[in-house]
Structures are given as structure tokens and as C-alpha cells.
Design a protein around this ligand. Structure first.
Ligand SMILES: Cc1cc2nc3c(=O)[nH]c(=O)nc-3n(C[C@H](O)[C@H](O)[C@H](O)COP(=O)(O)O)c2cc1C
Ligand code: SF4
Ligand code: SF4
Length: 446
């Protein structure tokens, strides 16, 4: 069997599957149950100065028959007393010494940071995760994403933490920022040993249109929350990739966001994560999903010949390039498998109204199988994405495969216009038709 163990910035873990800081890591009972089920590590529900939570805290986005495609919450950090959490951490470490317990923390002043670090390290935590990500409630008090959005402050607080920390430090980033690399670089500059991302995305999941209040409703009022679950995975994957490819970041990554199955895990690892963290999927389906994650990852590694997780980390990164380095000569066209087609004509509607009018309906209405007009097809994939039958529309390569020319190369050699001032793009003062011109019968008059 392949070796699933990982070393994350000095934190040894039996596998890359960690629980994210959230309700599933609220207590020792839950974390021990999770370790029993097969989770490798757990990031404790964020600890800090005691807070009070509201009742009615979550809103969900259901899409068709899938529940919780997205989850929105207005919960704050732990509402348990610090001493209860510390006792629980100590107990978990007694029974599970080889499973990392990471203390997620969020406090305000330098003294508070340095005190709570001593407390959780005394209790036996194996690492510290600094929660600079929470985009609701705590940010209004100058913590959470309020820090994550200010790289200089993030760097300073990280440095305070590093002054006293004896275990590895992970900075958890907020996605509510224009360029994720900036806080990631600041984390490194502050001395962080690793980063984790993403925390939740600031959101409103919907409105009760009868009572005019967004969800979740708290006594007739609401507030913005943090969004997570499968819907955020593409955003999180891109941010993980951005950080993994940036030489200015250069520290290990724990990938978080929308992970539900082993394929999601593999994608995060291939894009540069060393561990992954899960919240929503566990809140939805329970700790047992780790069995599918484990079996799926092991089988994938066997199939691909990976002996250790290390060999997979970042394996897809060399294949991610800026747009200007993609081959403009590469050409695919849609091809319909007549035997599989059920004649729903969804592909026709999508291409006709939303793409390039490259699908023709059969003139004989009895035969509902459409056909591709090759010369119009630009290979955008839309029809294959809307077709409800697997493999019914495939995208087939039609260029010779011998020529590679990118936008970068074309502009370098000047074979393509890049400004209106170039005659090939219309020339300076290019002709702009007046709307009334379109009404003229004889275009020669123009
Ligand atoms: C109800 C709820 C509470 C959360 N509480 C915390 C928290 O205390 N600290 C923290 O760093 N992240 C918290 N998160 C964010 C998660 O740790 C995670 O970053 C986010 O949910 C994305 O992962 P997912 O798509 O697997 O849910 C919370 C998320 C939810 C849904
Ligand atoms: S969407 Fe697919 S199944 Fe439906 S008509 Fe087009 S090719 Fe056939
Ligand atoms: S790939 Fe795009 S352009 Fe070609 S047929 Fe499909 S939808 Fe139309």
C-alpha cells in the first residue's frame, strides 16, 4: 500500500486528511471520534476571548436535488470556555499522540496572542493556526479577515506569534481579497511555517422574500456570513495554485474548500497542498467520509505508481501557464455520437443562442439528432458541457498537432495587432458606423 503519511512544516501526520477548524472540531469527543474513523489531524475550533453566538446561524444553497452545494454561516469562534478546550486537547493528545492537533487561535493584542499560545502549547497542541480569515462578526472587532486583508498587520501579528511559539505556525488566509499572494507573502515574511486556505467567502445566501429578510434570520434581522462547501472549490483551488506557484510564498500549504471526495483531495495535492482540510462535507455526511477519501486516494496512488503523498504534491503545477503561453494552433471540434444521442437538443439551443451557431437540427423532425457545422465550431466545449448523456459529445482534435504558436510568440514577432493604431486592427480613426447607416438601402451610399 502507498504511504499516506505526510510531514507538514514539521508536523507529522498519518495521512493528509485534516478536519478544518469548525463545528466538527468543537470538542474532544468529536475529535477523538474523528481520529477513530481515520482522520489524520484536526484543527481545533478557533479559540479566543469568550464570545456569544446567535441562534439560527446557517443558511444553505440547495441546487436541484443536491443539498448544501453551498453553506453560509454567521457563527463566531468557539463559545466554550478556554479551560474546557484546553482540557479536551490534553485528553485527545493522551489517547492519540500520533495524530496532530492544531490549535486555531484568534485574539487581539500581542499579550493575548502570546498568552494563549503558551496555554495551547502547554495543553499539547502540535501546531498553531492563526485565524486571519473569518469574514463576519469577528472582523468587525478588528480580528479575522480584518487582519487577513491587511498584509502589514498580518505580518506583524505573525511575528508576535513567532516570538514565543515552540510549535509550527500556520497562517489561515481569507479569500476576501484581490490578490491572495499578498497576504501569503506577508505570512512568510512574518515567519510563518505554512499557510492554510481558504477560509469562508463573505456572502448572503438568499432572502426570505415574504418577510424581506436575508437568511439566516435572527429575530427578524440578518447579517452577511461566510460561504463554503462544494460551490467554493474552484475559487479555493485557484488560490492554492496561486500561492503554490509564487516563489515569494514558498512555504507548505494546507488546502481547504469544498472537499467532499477523494478526487477533490487529489486535485488539491496536485496543485500544491501537502494536507487538506474539510468542514462542510463532514457537517453534511459525518466523519465516515474519510473511509472513501482513504480508499480512493490509495487506489489512485496505486494506479498512478505514486509511493508517497510527497510525490504527488504540485504535480499539476508545471502544466499551469499564463494564457499568453497557450497554443493558439491547437483546435478541437465537437463530435456527436449518434447512437448515444437522446435527441433532447439542449446542445443545439446552447450553441445557437449562447455560442457560435455551429449545430444544425435535422430537417426531418422525426430524427432529433443534431449535427455539427464544422466550419462554425470554435471548440468552446459548451455543447459537451450541457449534453446530459456522458460521452455523447466529444471534443476531437482537428489540427495537425505539429505547430505550436502562442499569443506571446505572435506578439513577439509582430504578426498580430495589439493596438488600434495598427492598420491590421482597423487603423487610427477606424470607421465607426452610425446607427442610421444601417437603415440605408444601398450600402454603396456610405
Ligand atoms: C459553521 C462554520 C464554522 C466555522 N468556524 C471556523 C472557525 O472557528 N475558525 C476557522 O478558521 N474557520 C472556520 N470555518 C471555516 C472552515 O474551517 C473552512 O475554512 C471553510 O468552511 C471551507 O471549507 P469547506 O468548504 O470544507 O467547508 C467555519 C465554517 C463553518 C461552516
Ligand atoms: S445534448 Fe446530447 S443528447 Fe441532447 S441532442 Fe445534443 S447530443 Fe443529443
Ligand atoms: S463546441 Fe461550441 S461552437 Fe462547437 S458546436 Fe459546441 S457549442 Fe457550438
Amino acid at each position: 500500500m502507498p504511504d499516506l503519511s505526510v510531514n507538514f512544516a514539521g508536523i507529522q501526520s498519518p495521512n493528509p486528511f485534516w478536519l478544518a477548524s469548525a463545528p466538527p472540531t468543537n470538542s474532544g469527543y468529536q475529535v477523538m471520534k474523528a481520529f477513530d474513523a481515520g482522520w489524520g489531524g484536526a484543527v481545533w475550533k478557533t479559540m479566543g476571548i469568550p464570545i456569544v453566538n446567535v441562534s439560527s446561524r446557517y443558511g444553505g444553497v440547495n441546487y436541484k436535488d443536491k443539498r448544501l452545494v453551498g453553506l453560509n454561516n454567521i457563527e463566531l469562534i468557539t463559545d466554550r470556555p478556554l479551560k474546557d478546550n484546553l482540557r479536551d486537547i490534553e485528553e485527545v493528545k493522551k489517547y492519540f499522540p500520533n495524530h496532530p492537533v492544531i490549535a486555531s487561535l484568534m485574539v487581539d493584542s500581542r499579550d493575548e496572542w502570546q498568552q494563549i499560545i503558551k496555554d495551547v502549547e502547554n495543553a499539547g497542541s502540535d501546531g498553531l493556526e492563526l485565524n486571519f480569515g473569518c469574514p463576519h462578526g469577528m472582523c468587525e472587532r478588528g480580528m479575522g479577515s480584518a487582519v487577513g486583508q491587511e498584509p502589514k498587520i498580518l505580518e506583524r501579528i505573525t511575528a508576535w506569534v513567532k516570538e514565543v511559539a515552540t510549535t509550527p505556525v500556520i497562517v489561515k488566509l481569507t479569500p476576501n481579497i484581490t490578490d491572495i499572494r499578498e497576504p501569503a507573502r506577508a505570512a512568510r515574511a512574518g515567519g510563518s511555517d505554512a499557510i492554510s486556505l481558504i477560509n469562508t467567502i463573505q456572502s448572503l445566501v438568499g432572502v426570505d422574500i415574504d418577510n424581506f429578510v436575508p437568511y439566516p434570520v435572527v429575530d427578524g434581522l440578518s447579517t452577511n456570513g461566510g460561504y463554503c462547501g462544494p460551490a467554493i472549490k474552484p475559487i479555493a483551488l485557484n488560490m492554492v495554485k496561486e500561492c503554490a506557484m509564487d516563489p515569494g510564498v514558498g512555504i507548505p500549504i494546507s488546502g481547504i474548500g469544498g472537499i467532499e471526495n477523494w478526487r477533490d483531495v487529489v486535485e488539491y495535492l496536485l496543485l500544491g497542498s501537502t494536507t487538506i482540510q474539510v468542514c462542510t462535507a463532514v457537517m453534511h455526511y459525518g466523519f465516515g467520509i474519510v473511509r472513501e477519501l482513504t480508499a480512493g486516494l490509495e487506489q489512485y496512488m496505486l494506479d498512478k505508481g505514486f509511493n508517497s503523498v510527497d510525490q504527488m504534491i504540485g504535480k499539476a503545477l508545471p502544466n499551469v501557464k499564463p494564457w499568453e503561453h497557450l497554443n493558439l494552433e491547437y483546435q478541437v471540434k465537437a463530435q456527436i455520437e449518434d447512437e448515444l444521442c437522446i435527441g433532447c437538443q439542449l446542445c443545439y439551443i446552447a450553441c445557437e443562442d449562447g455560442a457560435h451557431q455551429a449545430i444544425r437540427l435535422n430537417e426531418n423532425n422525426e430524427l432529433r439528432i443534431p449535427s455539427i457545422i464544422e466550419e462554425n465550431c470554435v471548440g468552446c466545449n459548451l455543447c459537451s458541457l450541457v449534453c446530459p448523456v456522458d460521452n455523447c459529445i466529444s471534443m476531437v482534435r482537428t489540427d495537425s498537432g505539429k505547430k505550436i504558436e502562442t499569443w506571446h510568440q505572435r506578439t513577439e514577432k509582430g504578426s498580430i495587432p495589439t493596438t488600434w493604431n495598427d492598420k491590421r486592427a482597423g487603423g487610427v480613426g477606424h470607421w465607426i458606423p452610425e446607427p442610421k447607416d444601417a437603415l440605408k438601402q444601398d450600402k454603396k451610399e456610405l
